[in-house]
Write a protein that binds this ligand. Structure first.
Ligand code: UD1
Length: 370
């Protein structure tokens, strides 16, 4: 059944794809977005947003604007958030305010103007370290990352006997370990959504996203995801800077697949009350993606290995997507090499300001890279 869907933060990278996917399903889409400079530059109008989308420019913490944006809305997809793990460790008040107070204001309003369903973008960051297996085959759930004592120490977590632990796919049942301010705020968003939708007769769904990538990522935002940062560096003839040793593993999921997951979260009868991992189901190291991207962009520039970690970063977390696959029929479609080729094609047509050193200095000045 076609609905009017409000997408908060809908002018952002993921939001624009979600908007398009909702329109393709016959929904009408309204977006509320404050068009922050860090993401949108000095542009007054969002780039790449479908013309059929009704745009409300404003901050979700502004009750008047929000109340107007909610008028007549059937369901909400809540994406408005600050997204940088590293930046969250020093811009603490901004992250807590936008992500958590913002969500609180949204729900305060939804109490008076309830909707059928709210789907919130949570994050794999809430797991902290993912699940591991030790040398005896035991599953280890509660790995907490400790800073390395000496420069030569291994980056990978070890068991009590000093043996390396091997990362394995992390299911939704893993206990959260909130290792950054960002993770903390995402968990609060998720819980606010599930608790308040249930209390007020609405349906709530939380999607825990892994690392989304694709054309349209904010290339000049040095706090954006690693693929966009690397793409911007390579595009400017600079080597990507790899934290740690580059062997940390993530799951890179194409933004079109993420958008599909949001449509399922919005429409599927088995979604309410659920939390679902959203990834591609394949994991890769950061070094590997730097190499593959350089080759897709035809920029044979070797990365620089920083040998330092960003405070708040986790070492490995890879996705177990069996729940969303089983319950909602989610099937990631975009092959990684095809996705990278399309990203490379798109980047070649962009202008990207390389502000990565600026961002690195911000972290270093506060002792947040070590
Ligand atoms: C990212 C998202 C977060 C989302 C999460 C879900 C951003 C800014 N963060 O966090 O919103 O919830 O995915 O999975 O999009 N790295 C480098 N060099 C760089 C930048 C990063 O080596 O220049 C490394 C990091 O140290 C980390 C990995 O790349 O090990 C991924 O970093 P990043 O893209 O920032 O993603 P997450 O922290 O996983």
């Amino acid at each position: 059944m076609a609905e009017l869907v409000l997408i908060t933060g809908g002018a952002g990278f993921i939001g624009r794809y979600v908007a398009r996917a909702c329109l393709a399903r016959g929904h009408r889409v309204r977006v509320i977005d404050s068009l922050i400079e860090q993401v949108h530059g000095s542009r007054a109008a969002p780039e790449g947003l479908d013309r059929e989308v009704e745009m409300v420019v404003g901050d979700i913490r502004d009750t008047d604007v929000l109340s107007r944006a909610l008028r007549g809305v059937d369901s909400v997809i809540h994406l408005a958030a600050e997204v940088g793990v590293g930046q969250s460790m020093y811009a603490v008040d901004r992250y807590v305010s936008v992500n958590d107070h913002g969500t609180a204001v949204l729900f305060q309003q939804l109490i008076d103007q309830p909707v059928r369903r709210v789907v919130v973008a949570s994050s794999m960051s809430i797991y902290g370290e993912g699940l591991y297996r030790d040398a005896d085959g035991r599953i280890i759930e509660d790995v907490v990352r400790v800073p390395r004592a000496r420069p030569g120490d291994p980056w990978d977590p070890l068991d009590r006997q000093g043996r390396p632990l091997v990362p394995i796919p992390t299911p939704e049942s893993k206990r959260p370990t909130l290792a950054s301010v960002y993770a903390l705020t995402k968990y609060v968003q998720e819980r606010l959504t599930l608790t308040l939708t249930q209390a007020y007769g609405m349906e709530g769904v939380a999607l825990r996203l892994w690392n989304a990538y694709g054309p349209g990522q904010a290339l000049s935002n040095p706090y954006t995801g690693v693929l966009a940062i690397f793409a911007s560096r390579l595009h400017n003839g600079q080597p990507p800077i790899i934290f740690e040793d580059g062997e940390q593993r993530r799951d890179f999921v194409h933004v079109e697949d993420v958008a599909e997951a949001f449509v399922l979260g919005l429409e599927h009868e088995r979604a309410p009350g659920g939390v679902f991992n959203v990834g591609s189901g394949e994991d890769r190291s950061v070094s590997e993606v730097a190499r593959l991207l350089a080759s897709a962009m035809d920029r044979p520039i070797a990365p620089e290995i920083a040998g330092k970690a960003r405070v708040g970063d986790i070492r490995h977390c890879i996705a177990d997507i069996s729940s969303i696959t089983r319950e909602l029929g989610f099937r990631p479609r975009k092959d990684f090499s095809r996705g990278l080729a399309e990203l490379a094609e798109w980047v070649a047509r962009q202008e990207a300001r390389d502000r990565v050193q600026e961002a690195r200095r911000e972290l270093e000045a506060r002792g947040l890279v070590a």
